[in-house]
Design a protein around this ligand. Structure first.
Ligand code: YSA
Length: 333
């Protein structure tokens, strides 16, 4: 075979080969001691000086290309074979541990709380994090300039149009989940019982039990004969299901403009009493704001601090750990 003929066929042949024996045979055929290319190269010395100068370098380059193509194919074939070997499963070998992610304790406790209330026939409603001052304050009987507004230090947002400049429409990050009481009652008629889990925001200093962003679970039950006794029963049932029968908690009188009477729920944390919820019987003015007849309907409402419940349940000493992003913390749950 001439040099040109070999060139035309050999690379095509290499492409078709898929086992090491065939490849070795090809190598011997062209590059072996008596191989076709070897003989051509050996014959160069018999050519005239001019022809040798012309064909010599071409033949050497071709030899190099051929050797490289063979080496490359060899690697391909051996890689393929070892891959094939790896595909055989040795079922006697110990299994490989699959690393799984972890739920943040706040997500975990929220899931549990949703289940507890669903089992008590409550519906779960989602709210919005960007609110207006009417729903966050006014409709909840907290008028502008009322000192009670100070209890909810607010992140105000920049109005994006003229409408949002007007009192009542001013945008803010909700400071509590209670505005959803208003939004729900504006849309639906009683009787009903709902919870609203969600994130809230406060412009305040942080410490072991205070964050600027935390979660609350709002609750609202409205009907014709709802009393403080129903409220007490639901709260006790909820806490028992979340913490077990042996729990340390107490109710204390409190004040919120949107309830009458107002109550706080306290639980033991790090051997101290910690407020875990604000609550009470819905104020008649709140019912008036949503066009409910306060002589016909009664209701109770509550707002639990979800982070604080999680701190007590999982014995977490500082609320800021939830948002610290330390995986060693999250992996414990
Ligand atoms: C009251 C009466 C109702 O009819 C309905 C709801 C409420 C609760 C009211 N909306 C409210 O936000 N009250 S609160 O300011 O005392 O917060 C409620 C709970 O959220 C607290 O008991 C506490 O558990 C938690 N909390 C408050 N500020 C917090 C906080 N958790 C973490 N960081 C903070 N900065």
């Amino acid at each position: 075979m001439s040099f040109e003929q070999i060139k035309k066929t050999v690379f095509f042949q290499i492409k078709e080969i898929n086992n090491p024996n065939e490849l070795e045979n090809l190598r011997i055929k062209y590059l072996g001691r008596k191989g076709e290319l070897t003989l051509i190269l050996r014959g160069l010395k018999d050519l005239s000086i001019e022809k040798r100068r012309q064909e010599g370098p071409l033949a050497q380059r071709f030899k190099k290309e051929l050797e490289e193509a063979i080496n490359k194919k060899q690697k391909e074939i051996s890689g393929f074979n070892s891959q094939k070997k790896n595909q055989l499963i040795d079922i006697s070998r110990p299994g490989k541990r699959v690393l799984s992610g972890h739920l943040n304790p706040l997500t975990k406790i929220e899931k549990e709380i949703r289940q507890i209330f669903l089992a008590m026939n409550f519906s779960v409603v989602e709210g919005q994090e960007i609110e207006d001052d009417y729903h966050n304050f006014d409709a909840l009987h907290i008028p502008k300039d009322h000192p009670a507004r100070d209890a909810w230090d607010t992140f105000w947002l920049k109005p994006i149009n003229d409408k949002q400049l007007k009192a009542g429409n001013k945008p803010l990050l909700r400071t509590h989940t209670s505005p959803m009481q208003i939004r729900y009652m504006e849309k639906y008629q009683p009787p009903f019982q709902i919870i609203v889990p969600g994130r809230v925001f406060r412009y305040e200093a942080t410490d072991a039990s205070h964050e600027t962003t935390f979660k609350q679970v709002e609750g609202l039950m409205v009907g014709e004969d709802i009393s403080l006794v129903n409220f007490k029963f639901i709260i006790e049932e909820f806490l028992k299901k979340l913490f077990g029968e042996k729990i340390d908690f107490e109710f204390r009188p409190s004040y919120y403009p949107f309830v009458e009477p107002g109550v706080d729920v306290y639980m033991k944390w790090k051997n101290k009493w910690l407020e875990v919820a604000g609550a009470g019987m819905v104020h008649p003015e709140v019912f008036r704001a949503v066009n409910y007849n306060p002589y016909k309907w009664q209701g109770f409402a509550f707002g639990f601090g979800l982070d604080r419940l999680a701190m007590i349940k999982y014995k977490i000493p500082d609320i800021r750990m939830f948002y610290g992003g330390d995986l060693r913390f999250v992996k414990q749950f």
